[in-house]
Design a protein around this ligand. Structure first.
Ligand code: SF4
Length: 463
């Protein structure tokens, strides 16, 4: 069972320091991210109107977020009219309680799951386990993470940090029917997983999913996937419970058209994903429940700069181009949302009271590659800078910045400080002491020149 991230000790610099020393991890990540990055670039390059599509995606999401209250009520009405039941969950505890009660009411102790970030965010598997209910992940990568007692490390490919031989080892260890002649060929591994899951699909009476999109005008939920396992979960069980963040809403089918182009190209580098499942309310013989999850989203919506993070369609393009993610890996972020989007979404959803969450806005070089790759044009660097200003800062840092501000605010003070610095330049150490050493651990202190430019200018002007 995949363990929880909450309470993970340390902060991003500490976690990433350990990760970059793992050369196997760096190799796996580099290979995987560069492959997906190349595929994405080539299919995006095929569309002459990609920038227009991107602008349309941004505009639709902004409009929806602006009128979220109205569209959510429209969705609730449409789902109810179609025979489904809508539940509202303020936070993770409430959502977990609702889902647990629904599963208990069926009398079942096992559920199958479609890959879902929202249920990971609220740690649903752990909450169900506490009530004796076992949740089985059916997405191949999620299954690898679950069987390996591991954490997901990527939005789209949660087991991206594992290579083929590691996956083979996990299957040999944890899948009852697997024999030692299993090779590490991807088709052989996929077949082993298929056999393992088939029996679960046929046995399970309850399924839990998320959704990529919800259409307000019809109450339709949409899941995009590559393997078809999600569709098995959505159609076979007698009870379907979908837990979806309130920001996943789109007003109309017309709007969905834009996102069905943006998402597959940005995520898997495909023109169209292999399986698109849509369902509206309850179908014959199936009970349907929709749990609408807030869990901090309303607070994010209230933030003028930060609210753009709610446009995210979880494509993971920003992770695949991020130089920091490529080296540190997803675990260093200590969140189900790793990479650039995690660095802005997690501290907004969870707040910045823990050392880890306060460090996330600094987990970036601000190179801007994430913004360029994002299909809904989230200006991640802008939000990072805004969050950095809001993050708690150490007393020494605050005092240092106050002094620097006082000096830089007055040109005479600055000239005096520069002259003083040139006099003591030989005494300046290569590394700073105490807490300031964090800065010089990874950088050299710039050499102080013999004369400031200001003095040089004055001397030459006079001459
Ligand atoms: S922030 Fe943009 S690029 Fe990153 S996962 Fe979300 S939609 Fe994709």
């Amino acid at each position: 069972m995949s363990a929880t991230f909450i309470g993970m000790p340390g902060n991003f610099p500490q976690n990433s320091k350990k990760a970059v020393q793992n050369s196997q991890l760096r190799f796996n990540l580099r290979k995987a991210t560069h492959t997906i990055r190349g595929k994405r670039a080539s299919v995006v390059g095929e569309l002459p109107d990609w920038q227009e599509l991107r602008a349309a995606g941004k505009a639709i999401k902004d409009h929806t977020l602006h009128h979220l209250d109205r569209y959510l009520l429209q969705l609730e009405e449409a789902v109810t009219r179609a025979g489904g039941t809508v539940h509202w969950a303020r936070d993770a505890a409430e959502a977990n309680r609702i889902v647990t009660d629904l599963v208990k009411a069926t009398g079942e102790t096992e559920v199958v799951k479609v890959k879902s970030m929202a249920t990971q965010e609220i740690e649903l598997n752990q909450a169900l386990a506490a009530h004796g209910i076992t949740a089985y992940e059916t997405d191949l990568a999620e299954l690898i993470v679950q069987l390996g007692d591991d954490f997901p490390s990527h939005i789209l490919v949660p087991a991206i940090h594992r290579n083929r031989s590691e996956i083979r080892e996990i299957f040999l260890d944890k899948m009852p029917h697997v024999t030692p002649d299993l090779t590490d060929d991807p088709p052989a591994l996929a077949e082993a997983a298929r056999l393992h899951l088939r029996e679960r699909f046929l046995r399970s009476k309850v399924a839990i999913s998320g959704a990529n999109f919800m259409v307000a005008e019809t109450g339709t939920l949409v899941v995009l996937e590559s393997e078809g396992n999600g569709r098995m979960c959505l159609t076979l069980p007698e009870t379907l419970i979908s837990v979806v963040g309130i920001e996943k809403l789109l007003p109309s089918w017309r709007d969905l058209e834009v996102f069905l182009q943006l998402l597959p190209r940005s995520s898997t580098g495909e023109r169209m994903n292999p399986y698109t499942s849509m369902w509206t309310g309850a179908t014959e013989g199936q009970d349907f429940h929709l749990v609408l999850l807030d869990n901090g989203r309303t607070d994010v919506l209230a933030d003028e700069v930060g609210r753009q993070a709610l446009r995210c369609i979880r494509c993971s393009a920003c992770l695949n181009v991020c130089p920091v993610y490529e080296r540190a890996g997803g675990h260093a972020y200590g969140s189900v949302y790793p990479g650039p989007i995690g660095a802005i979404l997690t501290p907004q959803l969870r707040g910045m009271s823990s050392e880890l969450d306060a460090s996330l806005p600094f987990a970036s070089s601000l190179c801007g590659a994430c913004y360029e790759a994002c299909p809904v044009a989230i200006d991640i660097p802008e939000v990072l800078v805004d969050l950095r200003a809001k993050a708690p800062h150490a007393a020494a840092e605050r005092a240092g910045m106050k002094v620097a501000g006082w000096i830089l605010n007055d040109h005479q003070r600055l000239a005096k400080a520069q002259r003083a610095a040139t006099r003591v330049r030989k005494l300046v150490p290569k590394r700073l002491p105490g807490p300031l050493s964090a800065w010089t651990d990874t950088r050299d202190i710039p050499e102080i020149p013999e004369e400031s430019f200001r003095d040089w200018w004055e001397r030459n002007e006079r001459a």
